[in-house]
Design a protein around this ligand. Structure first.
Ligand code: SDX
Length: 429
């Protein structure tokens, strides 16, 4: 028997269908509510609203579980391959070896930037925010690859996805090189995805950067852990733009802009700033906790809390363990890691955080790891975007392939004035 929800408003009694996900969770289907009753529901941050049906990623916020196409993220740490996870998210299952090899070839074939797109970097100020460069460059890909503005044919989408995933590394590395006044290092087709990114970031014309296997593995895992996360803020931005049938490049550029926010992907930068301030003696961990609880201060304990997780973010757990491994391999203890551990210990023992179920999220340890690899702080959110790009593409494709998808256009609760007349300017007080 299918479940029903009964809504009584005044003398109206409305029966609403109830949907059940494959996880057994129930959602009240209000998709016909306004058409049938003229009523709307109010949910300003969409915290109670399912925007879509999706089969890509699943989170259990209470248990701290995250699965990509059903596979728990912890299982991807066996010889982690970001490219394999990207294919899995976009195409819905684990690839065969032949499919993975073909995808790798497509990424290699598309790793260069059009020289016209490369030229834009010369006119960008050296201190330009890398996320601004990334968002603009992804949008600009539509100028140099106009054949992918119309991605109605499936093979066009696969090609556009491979170009995006491959070129995002090159764009990111070139923006870093520009910021340091260094010559651009072209991609090396003999290198795997993450090794090539590190090569473009850190090699010099006269000396190839030697990528250690541990660092390459760590970066694969960091990108994997950021690859998708249900209907988060930036993914919702990608879906909203894509719902108007805007092209994939423009939709992902919107995702970059949303991710830039300090409450979202920009938090990994704020975490390091917070830890460095404590390390420099600007404040103590105890003071940091006090400030985070002070409602008169906009300061928050960055890297803590989450809209969905009411337990440890499983990604933070993996990253925390990865920190131990990487810093042991590098044989360089990081004082910021000790400070992060101290902050975590204080917060998890503090009723303010415990009562609100605020735990470390993906951003709490990711910055420490990226910093340990040698990635500069202003590139952290760019690295988050590189990791998240396959998720944005997968979500955009899922919506694009859905024959029932419509342009996303919410309603509002109007609080403005009633009808009023125009007053000519010389008659206004
Ligand atoms: C990401 O959605 C996703 O999946 C995002 C993401 C992904 O992979 O895409 O997981 C990536 O964005 C992780 C989050 C990174 N952001 C930060 O670390 C910034 C610090 N965190 C907070 O700003 C906050 O926790 C959010 C933004 C993450 C969640 O915000 P919510 O769900 O709107 O929670 P809220 O602001 O309503 O907080 C509830 C209460 C409030 O206090 P009260 O009004 O109950 O007194 O908890 C407090 C908040 O003030 N609170 C915090 C806090 N987070 C929440 N207080 C201090 N420090 C914090 N970090």
């Amino acid at each position: 028997m299918s479940e029903k929800a009964i809504l009584t408003v005044g003398d109206q009694r409305i029966e609403l269908p109830v949907m059940k996900g494959t996880d057994g969770r129930l959602s009240i289907d209000i998709s016909q509510l306004h058409a049938q009753t003229g009523l709307t529901t109010y949910d300003p941050a969409l915290a109670n609203t399912a925007l879509c049906r999706s089969a890509i990623t699943w989170i259990d916020g209470e248990q701290g579980v995250l699965r990509y196409r059903g596979v728990p993220i912890e299982q991807f740490d066996q010889a982690p391959s970001f490219v394999e996870v990207a294919w899995t998210l976009i195409f819905g299952r684990l690839p065969t070896r032949a499919e993975l090899d073909h995808f790798r070839e497509q990424l290699t074939a598309n790793e260069l930037l059009h020289e016209g797109l490369k030229a834009q970097f010369q006119h960008i100020p050296a201190d330009a925010p890398p996320m601004a460069i990334l968002s603009a460059s992804l949008s600009n890909l539509a100028c140099f690859h106009r054949q992918f503005i119309d991605v109605e044919q499936p093979e066009r989408l696969v090609e556009a996805a491979a170009r995006l995933i491959s070129k995002v590394r090159t764009i990111a590395a070139f923006s870093y090189r520009r910021s340091r006044g260094l010559p651009f290092i072209y991609p090396d087709p003999s290198l795997r995805y993450c090794a090539n990114f590190l090569h473009m970031m850190f090699s010099l014309p006269y000396r190839q950067y030697e990528v250690s296997p541990q660092i390459e593995e760590a970066l694969n895992l960091i990108f994997i852990l950021h690859a998708d996360h249900e209907q988060n803020c930036s993914t919702t931005a990608v879906r909203v733009v894509g719902s108007a049938r805007a092209n994939l490049f423009a939709s992902c550029a919107a995702g970059v802009s949303a991710l830039w926010g300090p409450l979202h992907g920009g938090a990994n930068v704020e975490v390091i700033r917070m830890l460095e301030r404590i390390h420099a003696g600007g404040m103590t961990p105890e003071q940091c906790i006090r400030d985070a609880k002070d409602k008169t201060s906009p300061f928050r304990l960055y890297g803590f809390g989450h809209r969905v997780y009411r337990n440890f973010d499983p990604r933070a757990q993996v990253l925390r363990r990865l920190c131990d491994k990487v810093f042991a391999d590098l044989k360089q203890p990081d004082p910021l890691l000790d400070i992060a551990r101290r902050l975590e210990e204080l917060a998890l023992a503090d009723p303010y955080f415990v009562e609100r179920k605020l735990y470390p999220n993906v951003d709490f340890y990711s910055g420490i790891l990226l910093r340990g690899i040698g990635i500069p702080t202003n590139m952290f959110t760019v690295c988050f975007a590189i990791g998240r790009l396959p998720g944005w593409i997968a979500q955009w494709k899922e919506q694009h392939d859905d024959p029932h998808s419509r342009i996303i256009r919410p309603r509002q609760v109007y609080t403005g004035p009633g009808e009023s007349d125009y007053v000519p300017i010389d008659q206004r007080s």
